[in-house]
Design a protein around this ligand. Structure first.
Ligand code: HEM
Length: 142
């Protein structure tokens, strides 16, 4: 992950953090609009779930320049997601909902460069998580 991408993502995340609860609520609205079928997977109270999601994205943004630390965290997260009923294709839906939310939350600050940087960063996170999801499936079949 190059330094410019990391810097852009960190800068825009700083603007999201003060509005994290609203951003999380907006994210779930966007997600369930895109696929109402995902709703039953979420069993916890959504405010608490939103907090956990925002904290985890913040932690990932912090560790983008330290992939040896970040990757195993994401792999563990992905394996837990298999138990929540999350499938590979859901990562595409979540990525689109996240980008939409960033656009709504950041307005004009969500420049084409910021969109591009977030697309790359979410792409990396999703790639690691989907690979761990697949491995989990293979292990379960053995
Ligand atoms: C960037 C990718 C993602 C991140 C950072 C993320 C983050 C989190 C975190 C931190 C939790 C709390 C529980 C735990 O740590 O195990 C969680 C739970 C959960 N996530 Fe994700 N997640 C991601 C992708 C997804 C996707 C693609 C889905 C598919 C719909 C999803 C659905 C869920 C569900 C259903 C739960 C359990 C909720 C409950 O306990 O009721 N997540 N996620």
């Amino acid at each position: 992950m190059d330094h410019d991408t990391i810097a852009i993502v960190r800068n825009s995340w700083k603007r999201v953090e003060p509005i994290a609860p609203a951003a999380a609520a907006l994210f779930y609205d966007n997600l369930f609009d895109a696929d109402p079928g995902l709703k039953p997977l979420f069993k916890s109270e959504m405010t608490h779930q939103g907090e956990r999601l925002m904290k985890m994205i913040g932690a990932a943004v912090d560790k983008l320049d330290d992939l040896p630390t970040l990757v195993p965290v994401l792999e563990g997260l992905a394996r837990r997601h298999v138990d929540y009923g999350v499938r590979e294709s859901h990562y595409t839906t979540v990525g689109a909902a996240l980008l939409k939310t960033l656009g709504q939350g950041l307005g004009d600050d969500f420049t084409p460069a910021a969109r591009d940087a977030w697309t790359r960063v979410y792409g990396l996170i999703a790639e690691v998580m989907v690979a761990a999801t697949r491995e989990q499936g293979t292990a379960a079949a053995r």
